[in-house]
Design a protein. Structure first.
Length: 264
């Protein structure tokens, strides 16, 4: 089950964190890969790991904030591979600030990367690969902030909420071409982007208490591997336009409604 033999996957933002793990997960399932990053040299390590698994791995420079870069990257991919079956729209960034401190440039950086980039990369890959082939799996990476609001994450939450809505729109638009579009939405996982927060033991304890499974997610421990593979595989053929929350249950709104101490 969940074999990706003879499949080619394109992953944006693949040089670290979730992107690296997604690359290894898809390669282990048999997929060949096209990995992208603003800095191609940052992909050297993951390219070697993928090739050691016996899979083909192409690396291409891509800055999803630039439409010119998106068009060029997909054109380059077209020269190197015959098809792209799977797109993982993973490139993203965040700015953590109180709402009154967010600048115009902060807002544009986050929305241009996380939302605009997601749309236009999906558009190019669909146009040049998936629609002509009559098949595709697009996996947009969202977040628990796609469905929940957090102070200090205004632009990020807006971008991830937009990703959820965009996913539904593209699913409706492209279903007739045999393309499924779904949103994989991790909860609180420690990555390079948020590692500083996990240095605060008190905050980690507070966070874990709010998660029904009582721990943050584990990127390298496999918590996202199965969901990613399902969305990438033929087995998800009748699922589209959906958000898959992998968050330990925090999106249930988990708030204690009973006191800690039992009454005597």
């Amino acid at each position: 089950m969940f074999s990706l033999q003879n499949q080619t996957a394109f992953i944006s933002g693949a040089s670290r964190g979730l992107g690296e793990q997604f690359a290894l997960t898809l390669a282990k399932a048999g997929a060949d890969l096209i990995l992208t990053s603003r800095d191609v040299s940052a992909l050297t390590k993951i390219k070697k790991q993928v090739e050691e698994l016996g899979r083909r791995c192409e690396t291409i420079a891509l800055d999803v904030r630039s439409h010119e870069s998106i068009v060029a990257a997909v054109a380059e991919a077209k020269q190197r591979v015959e098809k792209i079956d799977i797109l993982v729209n993973n490139a993203g960034c965040n700015v953590r600030k109180p709402a009154l401190d967010v600048t115009w440039d902060n807002w544009n950086l986050v929305l241009d990367t996380n939302l605009r980039g997601t749309f236009f990369l999906a558009q190019e890959v669909a146009r040049h690969f998936m629609i002509p082939a009559g098949y595709g799996r697009i996996i947009n990476i969202g977040s628990v902030t796609s469905v929940s609001g957090y102070a200090g994450l205004g632009p990020y939450g807006a971008s991830r909420g937009g990703t959820k809505q965009l996913t539904m729109s593209l699913a409706d638009d492209w279903g007739k071409y045999g393309i499924t579009v779904n949103c994989l939405a991790p909860g609180w996982f420690k990555t390079a982007q948020n590692a500083v927060m996990y240095e605060d033991a008190e905050w980690v304890e507070y966070l874990s208490d709010r998660i029904p499974l009582k721990r943050p997610g584990n990127v390298t421990g496999g918590d996202l591997d199965g969901p990613l593979l399902f969305l990438a595989a033929e087995e998800s053929r009748y699922m589209t336009g959906q958000i898959m929350l992998i968050d330990g249950g925090i999106s249930t709104g988990a708030t204690r409604a009973t006191p800690n101490k039992k009454r005597p």
